[in-house]
Structure formats: C-alpha cells, structure tokens
Design a protein around this ligand. Sequence first.
Ligand code: ASC
Length: 127
Amino acid sequence: VAAKPEDAIDYRQGVFSAIKWHFGTMGAMVKGKMEYDAEDFSRRAEIVAQLSKLPIEGFLPGTYEGETSALPAIEDDREKFDGGMKALVERTAALAVAAQTGDLEQIKPAFGEVGKTCKGCHDNFKE
Ligand code: ASC
C-alpha cells in the first residue's frame, strides 16, 4: 500500500466512525433507550460485521503519530493486536447471526461480547 500515513489514519478513523454510528444505535436499542426494531438492528449488525473487516489494513508502520490515538504498542505487540481485530470480525459476525433471530435475549450477550472486544483493544492500544 502506497498510502501516506495521514491517509491511513483517515481511512481507519473513517471506518471506525461508521462502526460507531451503527453500533451506537444498536446499543441504544439493546439498553432500551430506543425502541427495538429487529429489521433495522439486523441491517446495522450486518454493516458492522462487514466494516469490522476493514480497519486492519490501515494500521501500518509509521502511522502512530500525529492525528491519531492509536499507540505504537500496536507494532510492538502485533500478534495481540491482530488477534483483537480477528476477534472483532468473529464476534460482529456472531452478533449479525444473533440479530437475525429478532430475540433480544440472544442479541444482548452477543452485543456484550462485541463491546468487550472494542474495549480490549482500546485499553491496550488506544490513547
Ligand atoms: C461503543 C463505543 C466503544 C465501545 C466500547 C465498549 O459503543 O463507542 O468504543 O462501545 O465503549 O466497551
């Protein structure tokens, strides 16, 4: 990839912004702050599952300074970071499957697992 560091940063931040947009609305539904709409929730869960595959290619060497909260620890512990990204892909896929049931009791734990995955990487690799 011949992208400039700031382009890689913009790219991954853009993807995470889109993930947050959808995951935030899903969270409001899960927490009862917004009426649960099974079809809309499932649509968003599919989008999040697809988007989750995208950020990893923006985490390139030399892209951990400037307008980013991504820490150089990503490069120092690449295996752990890649594992977190893989977990995100797997758990968002599981959430999309759970979403198809339309059953909030199945969705809630799957949603929680995704949230934990977000937090895991943020705790270790985000400023
Ligand atoms: C969100 C969001 C995150 C994660 C994280 C989960 O909705 O913006 O970064 O969930 O807070 O613990």
